[in-house]
Structure formats: structure tokens, C-alpha cells
Design a protein around this ligand. Structure first.
Ligand code: 5GP
Ligand code: MG
Ligand code: MG
Length: 180
């Protein structure tokens, strides 16, 4: 285990099981539909690569980078697109691939944007659902694992851009935050 980690919440094996479960559901629901999987950078990259390899049919992959404004004065659904897709989503069956849903602000905004862009359907798959801080009531269609109300890192998720490469998901020691 990485020396900065206090505890492991989800092991590599638990994550692999969640991916198998999600892959089966998605493979079944999108059979013959050639869906467009939209990975939300950067946190969902590791999840995406494991997830799509559980699906036997072809799916298209795109990447988007968005940051949500989290201030109290901000209207819900406001999001800044830092990197947009390279293709049109009009008429496409879109599946947003997210590492973790927390407030729900990012996905609410992205869903609204893709509705405006005339996607045929939009669903969400998230490896982790952390409902404790939800501000927007987004429907997460496919959830891998329920996450307790803690800040987690690993398996794509970072603290100050670190720890994304860890193969498990865990919680950092408190002193890691004090020293950064
Ligand atoms: P939202 O609050 O809009 O639902 O989530 C926005 C993003 O915040 C998530 O996609 C994820 O990248 C990041 N995030 C939310 N909770 C955590 C967490 O516990 N750990 C890490 N590393 N990132 C998180
Ligand atoms: Mg994310
Ligand atoms: Mg981050």
C-alpha cells in the first residue's frame, strides 16, 4: 500500500467485480446501438479503460473536461468546458462515464448541455456514488459502489493531481493534507 494511504476502501478485486457487473448491464442495454461513451477527464480515465473492456460490442469513446462552479451564488448547472468533444452528439446514445458523483453539479450541467445538443439518449455510469453532499438530483443510471462521505483517492482519482495511478481506492492520512 502507498505510504500516504490511511486505509483502503475498495480493493482492486472489489473494483474489478463492480466493473464486471456494470459491463454486463451496459453490454445488454446497448446491444447493437453503438453508444458514445463520454469519459469525464481526468478522474474517470482508469475506470473507462477497465469498463469498456467488459463490453463485447463496439462502443465509441470521447473525452470531455469540465469544471463546475461550486459557489453559493452560482446558479445550478453552470459548468466550464475545459476540453470539448471532437464529434457531434446529435442523435447519439450517450453514456457519461464518471469516477465519482458528489454534488451532482458537473453531471447535471453536462446532461443539460448534451440535451441542447440533441443527443438521442443520455445515461450516466459512475464507479462511485457519494450521496452525502448531493446538490443536484441527477439520476445515476449505473452505479458501481456506494461511497461513504470521505475524500477518496486512487483508481483515477487525485489529490493535487497525485495518486491517480493507484489500483485501489482509499483515504489519505490527515498529515498528507497538512503537508501540502
Ligand atoms: P460533483 O461534485 O460535480 O458531483 O463532482 C465533481 C468531481 O469532483 C468528480 O467527478 C470528481 O472528479 C471530484 N470528486 C468528488 N468527490 C471526490 C473525492 O472524494 N475524491 C476525489 N479525488 N475527487 C472527488
Ligand atoms: Mg470526475
Ligand atoms: Mg480532482
Amino acid at each position: 500500500m502507498n505510504q500516504d494511504m490511511q486505509k483502503v476502501l475498495f480493493s482492486e478485486e472489489e473494483i474489478a467485480q463492480a466493473n464486471q457487473k456494470l459491463g454486463k448491464l451496459l453490454a445488454n442495454d446497448y446491444k447493437g446501438k453503438n453508444p458514445l461513451f463520454v469519459c469525464i477527464l481526468k478522474g474517470a480515465v482508469v475506470f473507462l479503460t477497465d469498463l469498456v473492456r467488459q463490453i463485447p460490442d463496439s462502443v465509441d469513446l470521447e473525452f470531455i473536461d469540465a469544471s463546475s462552479y461550486n459557489g453559493q451564488t452560482t446558479t445550478s448547472g453552470e459548468v466550464k468546458i475545459l476540453k470539448d468533444l471532437d464529434v457531434s452528439v446529435a442523435g447519439r446514445d450517450v453514456v457519461f462515464v464518471e469516477d465519482i458523483i458528489d454534488t451532482g453539479l458537473t453531471l447535471k450541467a453536462l446532461m443539460d448541455l448534451f440535451k441542447e445538443r440533441h443527443a438521442n439518449s443520455i445515461k450516466i455510469v459512475a464507479l462511485l456514488d457519494k450521496p452525502a453532499n448531493r446538490q443536484q438530483n441527477v439520476k445515476v443510471d449505473y452505479v458501481g459502489l456506494q461511497c461513504p462521505d470521505e475524500f477518496v483517492v486512487g483508481y483515477g482519482m487525485d489529490y493535487n493531481e497525485r495518486y491517480r495511478n493507484l489500483s485501489y481506492i482509499g483515504v489519505l492520512k490527515p498529515e498528507v493534507y497538512m503537508n501540502n
